[in-house]
Design a protein. Sequence first.
Length: 557
Amino acid sequence: MPPHSDLIITLAGALTAALVFGLAARRLGLSPIVGYLVAGVVVGPFTGGVVVDRAIAEQLAELGVVVLMFGVGLHFGVKDLLAARFVALPGALIQVAVATLLGAAVAWASGWSLGAGVVLGIAISVASTVLLTRVLADHDALHTDAGRIAVGWLLVEDLLTVLVLVVLPVVTERDARGASDLVLALGAAAIKVTLLVAFTALAGRRLIPALLERVARMRSRELFTLSVLVLALGIAVGSSLVFGASFALGAFLAGMVVGQSEASARAASEALPMRDAFAVLFFVSVGMLFEPSAVLANLPLTLAVAAIVLVAKPLTAYAVVRVLRAPHRTALVIALALAQIGEFSFVLIALANDLGVVPREATQVVVATSLISITLCPIAFRVFAGGRLGGSGEHADRRAVIAGQGAVGVAVTRMLRERGVEPTVIDLDQRVVRALQREGIHAVHGDASKREILERAGVPAASVVVVTVASAEAEAVLESARLLTPDGTVLVRLSDLADAPGARAAGAGVIDVDHAHAAREMTARVLALLGTPTTRHASTAARQVDVAPPRDPVGTS
């Protein structure tokens, strides 16, 4: 082997194992996260398999935590949280309290200290962001009332866990110095965090939007992606060096700051591949910590903790949601989606283990519980709340989304507005987006082929999607849109008939004419599909090619 090749070997081994076992898990109908955890077990030091460098893997996991926390901050929608606050806020607080008490009780019964039991209880009270959003999206429930409440619920849990991550080191370091020193230490930590939040808020209002806007004007995806990564890592490291905060807290605040900027949708879409890649490494590194012999030695405790996650947590959530007068279906969806634990559980228990707050076997209990819950949660959701839960009755709202503001896109937008339809527009040029927003048009900045951008624009709830970008990009946009709205209508403008077969395979209604007539034909079709009365446009001079019926659904998955 070449010298100094441990990093490459670790990456190659971890990612290869993750791919193999992730594919196997998916073929079995399980979450790929199960495969990533199993991959870590296989390449870890406790199973006699191919052993990768654990120290390097742990550093990669730390990087994964930073990127994951940045992603959580990006998706911290204050408006969404406020909209669901009457159910999500009390529900999350009650559920966290119940899970914490139960976790502390079973840990204390197993001989742990009260503090260790409380930390374990908090760790198992929070669900996995990755798994929850994936389960909801797979059943078309992410953009329903139940989905919005579940996401808001999870945000409350995440915030509580962030607070614990801030306070725990202070409490541990001052544990032996008395109450007065502890109060002073907590006060100092609160001041530092307040200064950090104030600084990032100021930077988020002035510096960061200006930086992202300047980079966006260069129309270079590589530079924009690099800018997002630099912001995530830079604020995380700066927070640690200057304010003494953790990397995780700094990354979370960085995500919040970027998430409030005008470029938030594009930043989220560009950060998603990075988040996914590092999330894989994170879960693999967690799997490497799994020691089967330690789990067997603590099997009663592991089974009790798993019962709390799979039974007590969802029952508590269901009861709270029903008491708050939400429908049975909403309560069931929320309860089943929260019946698991994930990335934040590992982050918290790892910190507690480093600080000596919990015994060594705590990590094994949490990893084993995560494997069990991540495996069973999607299955339980499919059995008890199966089917596509959204459907046209809940979120189809006669909305039109227009991807691209070239000549055709501008004309379609104008004609729709003239006839009383307010579309949502997606465009990669931030100056165009700002101009549209000044006119009162809902516009999203970003690449329309990215799932995050399409979700931000409301494609899952749209009746019609109009794709007017260049033919070279149209197919990618079409495929992404079809995954989000398989039963909606997608109209695509092509400049070359040679691209028609690919669009037909995806089930699009395709119009190939000069720009002026394409805009008229598309507008007429959109208005007809939305049920809006319109006059007949002169189209006999236009060369129209209908490659596939507009309403044909696409069976992509």
